[in-house]
Each structure stands twice: as C-alpha cells, then as structure tokens.
Design a protein around this ligand. Sequence first.
Ligand code: F6R
Length: 330
Amino acid sequence: MTEGFIGFYLDWKELAEQTMKTEVENPSRREGGYAGIAVTGMGGSGIVGDVIQVLGWEHLSIPVIVVKDFNIPKFVGKEWLVLSISYSGNTLETLSTVKEAMERGCDLAAISSGGKLEELAHEHGITYVKVESGRVPRASMPALLVGALKLLEVKGVKLPGLSSKGLEALGRTDDALKEAADLADGLLGRIPVFVSDTKHYPLAVRGKNEFNENTKIVSKVEILPEWGHNDIVGWEKWLGPLTAIVFELGGNDRLMKFAADYLKESGVPVKEVVMDESLNYVDRVLYYSLVIGLASLKVAGERGVDPSITKSIVKYKSFLKSWKGRPGEA
Ligand code: F6R
C-alpha cells in the first residue's frame, strides 16, 4: 500500500503547478480591506492556517488567527475575512465556522475538493477554489496552501508564495527521499519529538500529524523559545523511547543549535534537520513537509501499517455527526 500512497507525495510539484492555474470562483473583496483574517480548518487542512498565520506576522499589519474549532471568536465581525479550508468539504467543525461567519456578515473565502463546502460556496457566492479530489487532505498540502494564498490575493491580501525555486525543490524527489531516509533511520519503535522555533512551528506540528496519521504513533511538539522555560527541565531525567527531531535554519541557527546540543547532552538521540536558508518560507515549509511525510511513510512501511487509512478519524467524525446539539449547532 505504501507503494501506491507515496505517489500522492511524489507529485507535489505538479499538484502545486496545477493549483496555480486553477480559477478562483466568485472573485470579490471587501471595499476598504479587512480588520483581520480568521483561517478555519482542521488537521491536514488546518495546518495551512498555521502557515498563513506565520506569514501574516511578518508581512501584514492586521491580525491573522487560526481557528481549529466549531466557533469563531466573538471579536471576528463583519469587517473580517474568514477563510475556511476543508479538503473533503464536509468537516463539521469547519462548516460550523462558515455558518457562523455568514451569520455575522463576514467576508468569506473557501477551499475544498467538493462536499458541502463547495455547495455552500456555489449557493452563497463565496470566493472559492476547488482542488483536485481523490487524494487525502495531508497529501494535498501544496494544493491547499497555494489555493489559500491565491484566494487571499483575490481578496487584496498579498503574501509571498511558492517560488520557482520552491517548485523546483518539490520536483527534486530523489533528494527528498534521501533526506527522508536519513530522518527515518533509527526511528522505528521510537516516539518522535519535533522541536522548532516559533516561525517554523507549522513544520513541527505537521511532523507530529504525519507520524500520527501515516505511521500510527503518538508524537510530541516543542517550540522555542517557550521550550526553554519548561520542557527543557523534562529532559533532565527523561523517560521513554524518545527521539528529538530539531529543525534548524541553515548552519548558524544559534537558538536551535543550543536546543540540539542540550538535547544531545541529555543523552536522547537527536536528528537535526538543517533547512535550506535560500528557500523562501512557503518553499521551505512545503519542501520539509514533503521530507517529513516521506519519512513517516518509510517508518509506516517498516511497521507494516497502512498509511492511507485513518479509521480513528472516521470514528471521531461519526461521533460528531451523531451528537445532536454539539457546539456550533443552533
Ligand atoms: C489529514 C486528515 C485529517 C483531516 C481532518 C479534516 O490527511 O485526514 O487530518 O484533514 O480530519 O478533514 P478535512 O481536511 O477533509 O476538512
């Protein structure tokens, strides 16, 4: 199964290129701009919100918030843009935020590969991008991220996106496979702890999620500088079969190098992912998401688990469906 499923990662360059050419339906924007942007979505779709939030910190003068829940915060009003992302288009938490945003008169934008979200977009004239169907959300990351940035551009919010250098990196699948094999080496039977700085937290979260969903193991995320104020102490007498995976930007990342050296001194196995500084932020997030994804597939293969099936998520979603009067339900 890994053999077939891996194809959904090795075609990321083509998927990104295809999404770049996709038409934005119902293009419109709010006169006078926005007071803020709320990006709503869960799991493999929601991670795009984390990336946009970090981009916003560096490039926008309005707040970007990430909502991974049924409800949007009270302060999100009609002068806000609510961008909702759901690969299936049927995730209840995300649909609930869309409903709430419509009720509050917010401007809306949405992405899915179909489902109820597409229907809502067509019915209510929501600015919309449809991405390729037939994949799983986590393997559609380039489409969801490129699509989200396209929607924001239509809304007048310009953020730096995937560059030609980034596209080319996604096409260098032999390099990505090699880096993934190095990362996966020795991980079998161990719990990966992803450690990053705040700017790269989407990668750490993505790493955890990929090992959860593809490899079927629990995993943990730690972010610096906050790490230095609590988690650091836990390593004084750490327990369990842990392996730390530390994301460093280039060879001179003093903060992350400190973390890697400290963790090594604690005796835990440490893997350093030294990221290419010459890639822009979106390029880097996508390329290293590819590497982590491929590593999670490799360990899934070694464990003999099917990476494509996430039956517990299906179980959770059926529970939500059967729960009458859940949060977000009028
Ligand atoms: C990732 C995955 C989940 C979903 C999440 C939300 O591959 O399967 O994390 O992304 O359950 O579903 P969608 O993305 O369809 O809104």
